[in-house]
Design a protein around this ligand. Structure first.
Ligand SMILES: Nc1ncnc2c1ncn2[C@@H]1O[C@H](COP(=O)(O)OP(=O)(O)O)[C@@H](O)[C@H]1O
Ligand SMILES: [Mg+2]
Length: 251
């Protein structure tokens, strides 16, 4: 069955520099339906830059990005709308609007995509809050939420339009281990209950071993390694070993 193995996102030869800084130098990577792909790499290795190319927020200098068979690199901004609606993004520091309550924060992307029916919007908002286990918190203001709750509301906003694929940039940053584990459980629920595909940039190795079905390691502007979490654990690749340290996170 060719279709079962065709990736949702196919990245080929993705090249991107900023001035004299060659950040991505020909990245080849596939994202398959239903997988949770963790992208690892040192600080400044280009993980965020890579992620921003997937919904067309950054454009490649060279190479292609194909989403469900459609090459998006040269699409006009207007033509990217339908592609973006199939993805949800939770970006690093992805801030909520502090002056809007939780319901309005979640309604924002729905209204942007043209949804007008207020009862439908309210139902979608309630559904997303149920998924992140914050039912009934519609009227709260972001400054009144704990850090862990804010992150879950941001996740609710990323999934409120029922995307097939969610992109996370460092979702565990700033969370204590209990809240980080709570985010991981939500991600597992999304995958198991809704079949959502995930691409997760994180430095939180405990989370990688909890949730990732596959790992890609970015180094020197290229995908240096891909494999399963078990293969990562057992790898003797010196670049990976240096990144993983003494493995204390596994014990
Ligand atoms: N908009 C930008 N303008 C100039 N340089 C950038 C921009 N975005 C990222 N970079 C540079 O690209 C490199 C990779 O950044 P980034 O993808 O954010 O790294 P990380 O792997 O830590 O997420 C860094 O050297 C960063 O300074
Ligand atoms: Mg980053």
């Amino acid at each position: 069955m060719a279709e079962a193995t065709a990736p949702f996102i196919r990245i080929r030869g993705l090249t991107r520099s900023f001035g004299e800084n060659p950040v991505l130098r020909g990245v080849d990577l596939d994202v398959f339906h239903g997988e949770t792909l963790a992208v690892l790499g040192g600080s400044g290795s280009g993980k965020s830059v890579l992620l921003k190319h997937l919904p067309g927020l950054l454009r490649p200098e060279a190479g292609t990005i194909t989403v469900d068979g459609v090459e998006i690199s040269n699409l006009k901004e207007r033509e990217l709308g339908p592609i973006r609606r199939r993805m949800g993004v939770l970006f690093q520091g992805g801030a909520l609007f502090d002056s809007m309550n939780v319901a309005e924060n979640l309604a924002f992307p729905l209204r942007e995509s043209g949804m007008r029916d207020e009862s439908e919007i309210a139902a979608r908002v309630a559904e997303a809050l149920e998924i992140v286990q914050l039912p009934g918190r519609q009227d709260m203001l972001p400054p009144d939420l704990s850090g862990g709750m804010r992150k879950r509301v941001a996740l609710a906003r990323a999934i409120v339009h029922r995307p097939e694929c969610v992109l996370f940039d460092e979702p565990h940053t700033g969370l204590d281990p209990v809240n980080a584990a709570a985010i991981d459980r939500l991600i597992l629920n999304l995958r198991n209950n809704l079949g959502t595909t995930h691409v997760i940039v994180t430095h939180e190795l405990r989370s990688v071993f909890r949730i990732a079905t596959r790992v890609a390691f970015l180094a020197d502007g290229l995908i240096h390694w891909t494999g399963s979490p078990d293969e990562l654990r057992d790898s003797e690749d010196p670049v990976l070993r240096a990144f993983l340290g003494d493995g204390g996170y596994l014990k």
